[in-house]
Design a protein around this ligand. Structure first.
Ligand SMILES: O=c1ccn([C@@H]2O[C@H](COP(=O)(O)OP(=O)(O)O[C@H]3O[C@H](CO)[C@@H](O)[C@H](O)[C@H]3O)[C@@H](O)[C@H]2O)c(=O)[nH]1
Ligand SMILES: [Mn+2]
Length: 750
């Protein structure tokens, strides 16, 4: 093993060229501090657990036993989550790439081909113009165009999306040379035309007009819901749209594959070849499972194998456009490094978002999930797969580095060379065949080959399985974001997305490939398995967060103390544990150059997600396990509503829809507020009990976090306020909870 095989505090080049490295890696400076802090904090956690055990043994009543037991369970979950999260902090690294050195050493004709996979699933939640912009930005990479093929998977089976791409294929012949000749950085036309000032050349002005016209046509078609005759310009197009018969529905339809651009024939206006552009909508039959995005990706994996079979694959969500045309060259810095190449499975870029407001109201930046923790795990065997912004070696999806699993037919194998034109009838016939519903029956697809099935987080699971197979990955986080995408801008969307992740992660955590068993064994590295365990059991945070949101406050309302008194030494232990965990996260945010407010919002959303999305996610997972429900992949909307977007920009929380996900939050808000009011009254009357201090502090913190909820219940009249229905249900449930616990607490007043 070469440079990346050893782990040390070094900055090094690939062994091939010590003076002109393709890439470097260095350990982050605060690693030693992390380790020291982890040691101290571990002692504190052990002390806490010891105290719980003591209290449990000496509890005199059933109710006090129950309280201690609940707190013990909560703290055990928190301790587990804390311990596993430390794995990310043991050896974080930062990498840098030098494409200029690569270009000096490797000839352009030796660059590998690239197949880009873009997934879309619903033309109304994912507007076709957005998908088109993503595709154009990737087609316009700084790379030999005849080496790029862009595949669009349309799980929405929509003629509207196909129409948008027919338009895009025409626009591309103007846009690509324009970007190349003017060295444009923003290669998503919508971003470029929105950002630059009025000083455009007449050429730019012309192209802008073309773009606007295309946009009008596509949006007209989408608004009407059909492609009218006037928009169809030739027989070929008509023939394509004829596939949308009256029996054609998104859940039940034949395969549609349209080669919109052929890199061996189609040229742009300057005479350069254009990249391949292929529209694929796989066959769907109502009775046959389609495995959501993983299923879509596997179809693309096969269709692309038949058509182009590039050794490098980029998987991309439809909203994640390219923000840097040099990205692929940065990937090649690893692909062409002999020291890392044999086991390199994928290169992951972080998910970054545009349109997040100043203080990131919904904590959608996911700093730990998207950047800090991937850097942490990169110092072990590489980051987890995030679903988008990922360059795979095709070979990695076919078994471990030493043995390549053979696919059923020769044409699908990663080492097969395609030597027929992509439009030849037998190639297209085979492509249709491998895109059919029944193709995967009795094969290894989704289990040993390709993207893995069995969970709603196919990305996390697939990356994990590849790493178990012995592949390593690399985290690439350049200064200028490689890709940018949309983040949801209303609370219901944020919580629903997170609920889906919750279900999916538990599906991994409790599967036969659970990272806690298989992972730690087959990855060989204990620490790596801990990282994966952390996220697989992430939704279990719902347990402690729910208990801490209700139990101490209900006890407070009954005058019962559950935490140590100020005068006890244990008091300081609690303070240390609390401030330590918060302080460490805050420090990580600050070191990363993030404002205090952003951190505050992130921690608030942490609490909200855990008590709402993860509780619902856990329940849905349980219902699914006993066969009572079948949670699906509910696609996150990428449509921006003007009124909502205005409130979002002002940082106002958006409730609006009566989502059940708001109920636990509203209940917690009510219980905490009442306990705080109740205790304030008694303190005002001169009855301060020091044993209740920590409970008051906790309730105070939660009330402070939930201020937007009170506001949404009582002070707002806009469409984003808390629906009255939710307030009534939550008040009723909170009242019932209080009454039930009141009777229990009466038994144990001491
Ligand atoms: O049946 C489906 C459902 C979804 N998608 C596509 O999957 C992508 C991600 O869907 P989105 O609704 O945006 O989900 P997010 O929760 O935002 O996605 C994150 O989480 C997913 C599940 O872990 C990953 O697949 C994504 O890459 C990751 O960005 C989109 O391009 C969809 O079009 C499909 O192709 N088919
Ligand atoms: Mn998304």
């Amino acid at each position: 093993m070469g440079a990346l095989g050893q782990r040390g505090n070094y900055t090094t080049a690939p062994p091939s060229s010590p003076s002109l490295p393709f890439h470097t890696v260095e350990r982050l400076p605060h690693t030693a501090l992390n380790r020291l802090f982890a040691a101290v904090y571990t002692c504190a956690i052990l002390a806490l657990l010891y105290r719980h055990a003591q209290t449990l043994l000496h509890s005199t009543t059933l109710v006090s036993f129950f309280i201690t037991f609940s707190l013990l369970v909560s703290d055990l979950v928190l301790a587990f989550m804390w311990a596993t999260s430390q794995a990310f902090r043991m050896n974080p690294v930062r990498r840098e790439q030098f494409p200029e050195n690569l270009k000096r050493k490797v000839k352009e004709q030796d660059f590998p081909k690239l197949d880009v996979f873009i997934c879309t699933a619903d033309p109304y939640k994912e507007p076709p113009m957005g998908v088109v912009n993503t595709a154009l930005s990737l087609m316009a990479y700084d790379y030999p165009t005849d080496k790029i093929s862009v595949y669009v998977s349309d799980d929405g089976g929509s003629a509207l999306t196909l129409f948008a791409f027919m338009e895009a294929s025409k626009f591309a012949s103007y846009w690509l040379p324009f970007c190349r000749e003017n060295n444009i950085m923003d290669r998503s036309p919508s971003v470029y035309f929105a950002s630059t000032g009025p000083s455009w050349s007449s050429e730019a002005q012309n192209i802008k007009e073309m773009y606007e016209n295309m946009k009008v046509r596509v949006e007209n078609v989408v608004n009407r819901g059909e492609v009218s005759e006037t928009y169809i310009t030739n027989d070929q197009e008509r023939e394509a749209f004829n596939k949308w018969t009256s029996a054609f529905t998104p859940r039940d339809h034949p395969t549609v594959i349209q080669v919109l651009l052929d890199s061996s024939k189609d040229r742009d206006i300057t005479g350069h070849f254009l990249p391949n552009l292929i529209y694929v909508s796989r066959q769907k039959i109502k009775t046959s499972p389609h495995h959501f995005k993983a299923g879509a990706l596997n179809v693309l994996l096969r269709v692309s194998a038949v058509l182009t079979n590039a050794p490098i694959i980029l998987t991309q969500d439809c909203d994640m456009y390219s923000n840097d045309p040099q990205t692929l060259l940065k990937v090649l810095c690893y692909v062409f490094d002999p020291a890392i190449e044999p086991n390199l499975g994928f290169v992951q870029f972080p998910q970054k978002f545009i349109g997040i407001n100043k203080d990131d109201t919904y904590g959608c930046e996911y700093k730990h999930l998207a950047v800090i923790n991937p850097m942490g795990i990169d110092g072990l065997r590489g980051p987890y797969y995030c679903g988008t912004g990922t360059f795979f070696r095709r070979r990695a999806l076919f078994g471990d580095p030493s043995t390549c699993i053979k696919a059923e037919i020769l044409e699908l194998n990663p080492n097969n060379t395609v030597n027929k034109p992509i439009k030849s009838p037998d190639v297209l016939a085979l492509a249709h065949h491998v895109a059919s519903c029944s193709y995967e029956n009795h094969t290894e697809w989704g289990f040993k080959i390709g993207f893995r099935y069995g969970t709603l987080v196919e990305d996390f699971f697939t990356g994990f399985r590849l790493q178990c197979d012995g592949w390593r990955s690399v985290f690439c986080n350049p200064e200028r974001a490689a890709f940018l995408g949309n983040a949801p801008i209303n609370l219901a969307d944020v919580l629903n997305q997170c609920k889906r992740w919750g279900v999916g992660l538990l599906e991994v955590g409790f599967s036969e490939y659970s990272p806690i068993t298989i992972g730690t064994r087959s990855i060989g590295l204990m620490v790596m398995g801990l990282c994966y365990s952390h996220y697989s059991f992430w939704p279990l945070y719902a347990i402690p967060v729910t208990i801490y949101s209700f139990l101490p406050q209900l006890a407070l309302l009954n005058g019962v103390s559950v935490f140590p008194k100020i005068s006890e030494p244990w008091f300081f232990l609690y303070l240390f544990l609390f401030l330590g965990a918060y302080g460490q996260e805050l420090t990580e945010y600050v070191l990363d150059g993030t404002s205090f407010r952003r951190w505050w919002n992130a921690q608030r959303m942490w609490m909200i997600r855990k008590s709402s999305s993860f509780s619902f996610g856990t329940v849905e997972y349980l219902l699914k396990s006993i066969g009572l429900s079948a949670p699906g992949f509910n696609v996150t909307s990428k449509v921006v509503d003007d009124e909502q977007s205005k409130r979002y920009d002002q940082g106002i929380f958006e409730f609006g829809v009566p989502s059940p996900l708001f109920v636990p939050l509203t209940m917690a808000a009510i219980v905490n507020l009442f306990s705080l009011i109740w205790v304030s009254i008694s303190v005002f009357n001169g009855n301060f009990e020091e044993g209740l201090f920590l409970q008051i502090l906790l309730a105070g913190c939660i009330v402070l976090n939930y201020l937007p909820i009170y506001e949404a219940i009582a002070l707002r009249s806009d469409n984003g306020k808390m629906p009255t229905k939710i307030t009534i249900i939550a008040t009723f449930l909170a009242g019932a909870l209080y009454t039930a616990t009141f009777h229990c607490f009466q038994v144990m007043k001491y």
